[in-house]
Write a protein of this length. Structure first.
Length: 512
C-alpha cells in the first residue's frame, strides 16, 4: 500500500566527503551529482561552501548543472557562512540552505562555551538571515540525541517560527538506539506546537551500526525526510546507507506504507561510481550492493532459488540494477554489441569516450577470454578516472626476480602532451615503478595505503589496486585495474597523483 512520500536527502557529497581519506575534485562531484539526479534523489547536499574555495566552486558547479534535484549547501549559524552558502546555491533551479548549530549540553559547555539562551538567539537570527534569500531552509540542532529534550522542543519551535521549513534531527555521534530515537521523534510531534509547519528529517550516524534502523524507526513515527549517503560513507563509521533505507522502505512497504522518488534500478551503478571515485571499497557482504548480496552458496539455497527465487531472495537483484552475472562478451564481440551492453548497464558515453572504452575492451579481450559485466564496470571506472589527467601513463616496464635488482622504466605524457621517460631501482617492482614516476612528476608524498584485490575469479582476472597517498596533510585516493598488477599499481599511483595535481591547480586558481 502506498500512502505517503519520504524525501531522500543525499549527503554523500558533504558528510560522505568528510570520511577520512576522501577527496573528490569538482568534476568528480559533478559526475556523482548527475548520477544522484538520475537516481531520483530529492535533495543533494553538495557541500559546505564556507570551508574552502574548492567546496564553494563544486557546490556552484552542481547548482548550475542539476535541474531536477534540490541543491543544498551547509552553513554555520552565522551571517557570513549563510551568505557564502547562498552565493554557491543561488544558480540552482531549486536551492536550499542547511544551517546547523550544536544544542547538547556537552557541546555547549565544552565546545561552544555558550548558554542555551545564547544558542537559541543565534538559531533564530541565523534562520531569519537565511530567510532573506530563500524559503527553503533546514535547521539542524546538532547532537540532538544528547540534547535536553525540553530545550530541543523550544529551539525547534523557535526556528520554525523564524522560517525553517525542515527541521533535521541529527544523531550526530551515532549514540541512539531505535526505540529511544523513535520516542524522540514522537515527542517532537507531540510537544512542538507549530510542528505541522515543518517537515521532520533525520540524520543518523552509524557508530553503533544502528543508523539505518534508527532512520527507519523515525519514519514509523512520522519523519518524512531521511538524510543518508551512498554506501553509507561519512564521518567516522559513516551515515545511514541510502541503498539500505530505500530498499527497506520498498521491500517492507507493508509495514512502512511510504514511497520514495528513487529509481532503485540506478542503485547499483551509483554505488559503484561512488566507490570508484572515493576509493571506499564496498565490503563483500554489504546489504543491497555488496558482491555477495545476491550470491547463494549453500546447496539448499541454490536449489530453492532455481525452483522459486523468493524462497531465499527478498529482493530481485534487477530491482537494484545488479547486472546479470552471465558472461557476456569476448574477443569477437563488436563495437555494436559492446555499446548495447553498456546501454543495458545504464552507461551513456559520448562517441569519443565510447571509442576509447571499446579500444580498452579489445585490449582486455586479448588478455582475458570472457569479459563479465564487472570487468566492463572496471573499464568504465578507468575511463572516468583518466578524463582529467595532468600526466598520463604511456608505458611501464619492470625487470625483477630473486637474483636481480627490481628496475622500472616508465614513460608519461606530460601536461603539454610531451613524452617524458625515466627509470629507477626499487626494493620491489612496485617501489621501482613509483620511484621512476616520482622522478618525472616530482611532488612530495607518502604512500599510506596499498591494497590489491581481484575483480573476478580466475588466473586471467583483472587485478584492482587501491592506494592512498598523503601530501601536506591531505589524503588522495587512487585506483587502477589491469590484468597485470604492476600496471594496475602504476595506474593507481598516476590516478592519485593526478588528483593531487588537480587539487593544487584548483586551489591556486581559487587564490588568484
Ligand atoms: O552529524 C551531524 O550532526 C551533521 C550536521 C551538520 C547535520 O552532519
Ligand atoms: Zn553528520
Amino acid at each position: 500500500m502506498k500512502t505517503d512520500k519520504v524525501l531522500i536527502f543525499d549527503t554523500t557529497l558533504r558528510d560522505g566527503e568528510q570520511a577520512a581519506g576522501t577527496s573528490l575534485n569538482g568534476q568528480e562531484k559533478l559526475d556523482i551529482a548527475r548520477q544522484l539526479e538520475k537516481l531520483g534523489v530529492d535533495i543533494i547536499e553538495a557541500g559546505f561552501p564556507i570551508t574552502s574555495q574548492g567546496d564553494f566552486d563544486a557546490v556552484r558547479l552542481i547548482a548550475k548543472e542539476i535541474r531536477n534535484s534540490t541543491i543544498c549547501a551547509l552553513s554555520h549559524a552565522n551571517d557570513e557562512a549563510i551568505d557564502r552558502a547562498w552565493e554557491a546555491v543561488k544558480p540552482a533551479k531549486k536551492g536550499m540552505i542547511h544551517i546547523f548549530l550544536s544544542t547538547s549540553g556537552v557541546h555547549l559547555t565544552h565546545q561552544l562555551k555558550k548558554s542555551q539562551e545564547d544558542v537559541l538567539k543565534m538559531a533564530k537570527k541565523s534562520v531569519a538571515h537565511a530567510k532573506k534569500y530563500t524559503d527553503n531552509i533546514e535547521f539542524s540542532p546538532m547532537d540532538a540525541t544528547r540534547t535536553d529534550t525540553k530545550f530541543l522542543y523550544r529551539i525547534i519551535e523557535a526556528v520554525i517560527d523564524a522560517g525553517a521549513t525542515t527541521v533535521n534531527i541529527p544523531d550526530t555521534v551515532g549514540y541512539s538506539i531505535p526505540s529511544e530515537f523513535g520516542k524522540l521523534i514522537e515527542g517532537i510531534f507531540k510537544n512542538v506546537p507549530n510542528i505541522s509547519k515543518a517537515r521532520i528529517s533525520v540524520h543518523c550516524h552509524n557508530d553503533l551500526g544502528l543508523a539505518v534502523a534508527n532512520s527507519l524507526e523515525a519514519v514509523r513515527k512520522g519523519a518524512r525526510q531521511i538524510e543518508c549517503t551512498v554506501n553509507g560513507i561519512g564521518e567516522r563509521a559513516g551515515n545511514a546507507a541510502m541503498e539500505e533505507i530505500v530498499m527497506a522502505l520498498k521491500t517492507r512497504n507493508d509495514l512502512y506504507q511510504v514511497t520514495t522518488n528513487i529509481d532503485s534500478s540506478q542503485i547499483f551503478k551509483t554505488s559503484r561510481m561512488v566507490s570508484d571515485l572515493t576509493g571506499f571499497i564496498v565490503q563483500q557482504n554489504k546489504a543491497v550492493v555488496g558482491a555477495n548480496a545476491f550470491r547463494h552458496q549453500s546447496g539448499i539455497h541454490q536449489d530453492g532459488i532455481i525452483k522459486k527465487a523468493n524462497t531465499y531472495e527478498i529482493m530481485n537483484p534487477r530491482e537494484v540494477g545488479v547486472p546479470a552475472s552471465a558472461l557476456v562478451l569476448g574477443k569477437v564481440s563488436g563495437r555494436h554489441a559492446f555499446k548495447e551492453r553498456l546501454i543495458e548497464m545504464g552507461y551513456s558515453l559520448d562517441e569519443e569516450a565510447l571509442n576509447h572504452a571499446f579500444k580498452s575492451f579489445k585490449e582486455l579481450a586479448d588478455k582475458k577470454r570472457k569479459i563479465t559485466d564487472r570487468d566492463i564496470q572496471s573499464l568504465i571506472g578507468e575511463e572516468i578516472r583518466t578524463t582529467s589527467e595532468v600526466y598520463h601513463l604511456d608505458h611501464v616496464g619492470v625487470s625483477c626476480g630473486n637474483h636481480s635488482m627490481p628496475t622500472a622504466t616508465v614513460r608519461l605524457v606530460g601536461p603539454n602532451k610531451e613524452l617524458v621517460a625515466d627509470a629507477a631501482l626499487g626494493t620491489g617492482p612496485v617501489d621501482a615503478v613509483y620511484k621512476a614516476i616520482n622522478r618525472i612528476v616530482r611532488v612530495r608524498n607518502v604512500l599510506t595505503e596499498f591494497t590489491v584485490s581481484s575483480i573476478t575469479e580466475g588466473i586471467d582476472a583483472l587485478g584492482e589496486v587501491l592506494i592512498r597517498i598523503e601530501s601536506d596533510g591531505i589524503t588522495y585516493t587512487g585506483r587502477g585495474a589491469d590484468t597485470d598488477i604492476i600496471v594496475a599499481s602504476a595506474k593507481a599511483y598516476m590516478n592519485a597523483l593526478n588528483r593531487l595535481l588537480n587539487a593544487r591547480k584548483a586551489t591556486a586558481q581559487g587564490a588568484e
